[in-house]
Design a protein around this ligand. Structure first.
Ligand SMILES: NC(=O)c1ccc[n+]([C@@H]2O[C@H](COP(=O)([O-])OP(=O)(O)OC[C@H]3O[C@@H](n4cnc5c(N)ncnc54)[C@H](OP(=O)(O)O)[C@@H]3O)[C@@H](O)[C@H]2O)c1
Length: 332
């Protein structure tokens, strides 16, 4: 496969921290250019991050014929608009999560993907972790019993008034930003969609975004999942899964570690339990994500962050917001 050629929309923090080092490290991808709304900012960002070309507008980047992949890490409320423009400019688009804030938008993007032949994917890097892929095969094979229950949490500290996550109009809040992770992993591991959800949500008095949210998902087969997320808490992410015979613990579930081992542990139901640890070599999940996206776009391989997955996830998230308002279980 030829090298895929990437351009980035916006001088985003996540790109600087994760995607840019991963694109540089990849032998299959080439990072060609970045665009900012401000030409000087774009030039500085490009220089600091070893990107050959900078553009002073997103339109100029999309007009560059040498680029075939766009990474879209703009604020949530701009994801759909700029993904659409990029596809209309003939590019494949890997867009940050949450790709869309409405079901209608995802359905429109599916139609656009079909009519354009360009791939649109949502950037959930954890889909590309060998550790979580292994856990999924354990549930599929029922080696450790039938998955019945899961709990996931994602907490961060973020009180910055200038951060996009504290901007209601820009699709901010804990559920859209971090609650999405345990929900997405649970849907993946259960291999089915929830039929009903309940949710309780506290809004930040100053910013009006949800800053502490807890929810329940009930799956068609009877499986249950609970999640909690918060933006005024010490950083922590973890998931626990319960089958009828075992418990699985996955620390730092949504992150890859390029230095240390990645593990999950399987506990028997005995007291004290016997523990089996599954260890995985360090991986860069962002690099795997970019390479898998390019292979899907250029060679037609499947991509885990598909619009169909986005559509199902968006329905769950919107049902959770509805349940937080109604204080009742809501169907998905
Ligand atoms: N997958 C992950 O692990 C992960 C982790 C963190 C974040 N994310 C996602 O990535 C996206 C970006 O997050 P981030 O933390 O990188 O955000 P950020 O640092 O604030 O970057 C967003 C960029 O969007 C551009 N922008 C365009 N219009 C804007 C507006 N009205 N307000 C603010 N910025 C605007 C800005 O670039 P210019 O000024 O240069 O045009 C800005 O640098 C979000 O969707 C978030 O959910 C994903």
């Amino acid at each position: 496969m030829r090298k895929s050629r990437w351009g980035i929309l916006g001088a985003a923090g996540i790109a600087r921290k994760q995607l840019i080092p991963s694109l540089h490290a990849s032998e299959q991808c080439e990072l060609v250019a970045v665009a900012s709304r401000d030409a000087a900012k774009a030039a500085t960002y490009a220089k600091e991050n070893g990107i050959p070309v900078s553009y002073g507008s997103y339109e100029e980047l999309l007009a560059d014929p040498t680029i075939d992949m766009i990474y879209n890490p703009l604020p949530n409320h701009l994801h759909v608009q700029w993904t659409r423009k990029a596809v209309e400019a003939g590019k494949h688009v890997l867009c940050e999560k949450p790709l869309a804030l409405s079901v209608q938008d995802v359905e429109d993007l599916i139609r656009l993907r079909e009519s354009s032949g360009k791939l649109i994917g949502e950037a959930y890097a954890m889909f590309h972790q060998p550790r979580l892929q292994s856990l999924k095969t354990q549930f599929e094979s029922r080696r450790y019993g039938k998955l019945e229950s899961a709990h996931g949490s994602f907490y961060v500290t973020n009180t910055d008034p200038n951060n996009i996550r504290n901007a209601y109009q820009e699709g901010g809040g804990a559920l859209w930003d971090i609650g999405v992770y345990p929900i997405t992993v649970a849907r993946w591991m259960f291999g089915e969609e929830p039929v009903e959800v309940a949710c309780t949500m506290d809004l930040d008095p100053q910013f009006q975004v949800d800053h502490h949210t807890t929810g329940i998902l009930r799956f068609r087969s009877g499986g249950q999942m609970s999640f909690a997320c918060g933006m005024r808490h010490p950083f922590h992410t973890a998931m626990t899964f319960y089958t009828d015979t075992h418990r699985m613990e996955v620390g730092k579930t949504f992150h890859s570690d390029t230095k240390g081992q990645m593990i999950y542990e399987v506990f028997t139901g005995a007291q004290p339990p016997a523990v089996k640890t599954y260890s995985f070599e360090p991986v860069d999940q962002y690099m795997l994500e970019c390479e898998n996206f390019a292979e899907a776009a250029l060679e037609g391989k499947p991509f885990a962050g598909s619009l169909e997955q986005t559509l199902a996830n968006t329905k769950v998230l919107l049902a959770l917001f509805k349940a937080a308002d109604s204080h009742k279980f809501e169907s998905v």
